[in-house]
Design a protein. Structure first.
Length: 166
């Protein structure tokens, strides 16, 4: 929820207070500009040409958020839960943009040493960081054995069966 709130407040600020659409770009730091981009495509500005594709992306996003919500309810660690919430908050933030503006509001533009990176937003950052956290959490928990997992979290239907009935 925190990611969603921060994302929407930042977008409101660049649109309503900073008036970034009228200004185009504002230098913030030597390596950071706020540059207005209406992203009507998919990630990294990949095009999404027709209405069916756009609504398909919306439906896919809703399905993914629902699946992540189900996963969140079964999260095995605090880090996993935080990371899942970060992905969900970012996805919903960008989904809200698509409904309100017909495009995602991107404005964070990093550049340094003659290189310019993609323009993105708080939601995109949260999704990226959260996915990295999920991978790290998955790698960390791969090394755990069944004895490391609390009894209430063990799946009793897995592993070899013992006893006369088997």
């Amino acid at each position: 929820m925190l990611v969603l709130v921060l994302d929407q407040i930042s977008k409101w600020w660049v649109l309503a207070i900073l008036h970034l659409p009228e200004k185009g770009s504002v230098a913030v730091l030597p390596f950071l500009n706020f540059t207005m981009v209406w992203n009507r495509g998919i990630s990294l500005g990949l095009p999404l040409e027709n209405l069916i594709g756009r609504w398909g992306l919306v439906l896919l996003t809703v399905a993914i958020v629902a699946w992540l919500g189900h996963w969140l309810m079964r999260a095995a660690s605090r880090l996993e839960a935080i990371a899942l919430a970060g992905v969900m908050g970012g996805a919903v933030g960008n989904l809200i943009d698509r409904f309100i503006h017909g495009a995602v509001v991107d404005f964070i533009h990093l550049h340094a040493l003659g290189r310019s990176f993609y323009v993105f937003n708080v939601a995109d950052s949260a999704i990226t960081v959260s996915v990295v956290l999920l991978v790290l959490d998955g790698l960390r928990s791969r090394g755990k054995t069944a004895t490391d997992i609390p009894d209430g979290l063990q799946d009793s239907d897995t592993g070899p069966k013992k006893g006369p009935d088997y």
